[in-house]
Ligand binder design. Structure first.
Ligand code: SAH
Length: 213
């Protein structure tokens, strides 16, 4: 559970790299500078933690690439106190970044083992989102509506229930498309309840799947 000067130095370099790649939201950059990404990976892979790459975390899933985490977080325009729903807890890294930015985070994971290990790790290092083991396609009707929703797995179809759990003037980011190529969409819910979809380039995520395992 160590976070050394070496790790901190590598994080600063990663933040510079993300700036060069176009990330400009200072709150996003500050959060990435703060969250010890190496603790979200098995200790033998520490050398990979501050490369701008996705990496396996078990159960055939990956911790998202830092650029992708930064990009989705920036699109959400997180304000302190925002109620945010995340689909795909995975390692818990994205959830930690959102908590670091002052959001109140609710995160769902369909893989029991991944959900359990994130639930063990995050409070130990000071991050306390609310964890749920379940199918993200259902969202969390009991806790809805949310200011922001972030989907961190690639969905073949729009999860309509999530849109209904988004507040008016809320923002949702979701990669949509076939397994080998998704387009990042920013979904805006207008005052009259209508939906705007804005395309934000091509990304690659592990698939969003129904049910829990
Ligand atoms: N946000 C994660 C990224 C994990 S990869 C991180 O920071 O590490 C995407 C995750 O979404 C995987 O763990 C996968 O199991 C999960 N997932 C896929 N479909 C899901 C669904 N329907 N509900 C909840 N989680 C889902």
């Amino acid at each position: 559970m160590e976070d050394t000067y070496l790790h901190k130095g590598l994080r600063r370099k990663l933040v510079e790299e993300l700036k060069n790649k176009g990330i400009s939201d200072l709150r996003v950059l500050a959060a990435i500078n703060k969250v010890p990404r190496h603790l979200f990976m098995e200790s033998s892979f520490v050398n990979h933690a501050y490369k701008d790459k996705a990496f396996p975390i078990g159960s055939k899933q990956t911790i998202s690439q830092p650029y992708t985490v930064a990009y989705q977080s920036e699109l959400l325009q997180i304000e302190s106190g925002d109620k945010v729903l995340e689909i795909g807890t995975g390692s818990g890294y994205q959830a930690a970044v959102l908590v670091e930015m002052g959001a109140k985070v609710f995160t769902i994971e369909r893989h029991k083992t991944l959900s359990m290990s994130a639930q063990m790790l995050l409070p130990k290092i000071g991050y306390r989102p609310q964890f749920f083991y379940g199918d993200g396609f259902e969202g969390l009707p009991t806790y809805a509506p949310f200011d922001k929703i972030i989907v961190t797995a690639g969905a073949a179809e729009m999860p309509e229930k999530l849109i209904s759990q988004l507040k008016t003037r809320g923002r949702m980011v979701i990669p949509l498309g076939p397994v080998d190529d998704q387009t990042m969409f920013l979904i805006l819910k207008n005052e009259d309840g209508s939906i705007e979809k804005i395309e934000h380039g091509s990304f690659l995520f592990v698939p969003m799947l129904k049910g829990k395992v």
